[in-house]
Write a protein that binds this ligand. Sequence first.
Ligand SMILES: C[S@@+](CC[C@H](N)C(=O)[O-])C[C@H]1O[C@@H](n2cnc3c(N)ncnc32)[C@H](O)[C@@H]1O
Length: 262
Amino acid sequence: MAHDHAHGHAHDVRERRFAEGDREAWEREVDPRELYEPGRRDIYNFIDETKIRHLRPLLPASGSAVEIGAGSGRLLIRAGLERPYRLVALDYAAYAMRAASENARRAGRTVARVLGDARRLPFPDASFDLVLSGGLLEHFRDPAPVLREMARILSPRGLFYADIVPRKVSLYRWAERDRMQRAEHMAEGIYESDLPKGAWARLIRDSGLADVRVISAGVYPPYTFRGYDRLAWKYADLVRALDGTAVADVLGWFYMATARKP
Ligand SMILES: C[S@@+](CC[C@H](N)C(=O)[O-])C[C@H]1O[C@@H](n2cnc3c(N)ncnc32)[C@H](O)[C@@H]1O
C-alpha cells in the first residue's frame, strides 16, 4: 500500500466494481419488505400511505401513469388503486421487473414493465397524465436531463410527482449523519445528492414544469430505535402533521415534489 500511495494512485489500484450510475450497482434480490401488503404496519406502508395522501387531491381522473425508477412499483400501484390508470413501470434493473410484477399480481392490477434508462425515456412526448418517481432523482450528479425527460413525456395539465431522499441529517437516519458528511455515495456506484429543497424546486421549474411545490416530510423516530415503526403508526396524525413544516425542513428525511405540465 505504501508503494501505491507513493505513486499517488491508491484509488486506481483498488479497482472499483461499479462506476456511478451503473445498472449493476442496483441489482439485488427483491426485499420481502417491499412486497405489496398494505395491512403490514411497517415504515414502508407508513411512507407509501403518506405519499398517496399527499397525491390524492391532485391525481388526474384517468389516463396513463408511469413510474420512473419504479423499483417495487408500489407507489404506481397505489396510484392505480386510486384511479383507473393504465400503469407502466420503468426501471433499468432486472430486480425491479420481478418486484413490480409480483406487486401488481398481489394488488390485482396489470402493470406494463419497461426495462429502460431514465436519461433517455423510450416514450413519445406528452404520453402520460401522471409521471412519478420515488428515491430516484437524488442518484444523479446532474438530475436536469432526467427531469427534462420526465417533463417531456407528460401531457398538458399532467401531474409530476417525485420524492427525493437527500443526503442530509434527519431524525430517521440519525445513525448515518457521520457517513453523510464523509461520503457522497450510499453504496458503491450509488451517488446520493445533498441538494436542498429550494434547489430541487428550481431544477423542476427549469425542466419546464409549473405550479412547483416541494415540501419536507418524514420526521420519523430513528430506525435504530426498537419499535420505531410501531411508534410512527401509533402517532401517525402527529407525525404526518409535521410534514411541510419547518420542523420537517430540519429533521425530515425526504422531500415530496409536485408540479404540473403547463
Ligand atoms: C432507491 S430505488 C427506489 C425504488 C422505488 N421507488 C421503490 O419504491 O421501490 C431507485 C430505483 O431507481 C432505479 N434507477 C436508478 N437509476 C436509473 C436509471 N438511470 N434509469 C432507470 N432506473 C434507474 C434503480 O434501479 C432502482 O430501482
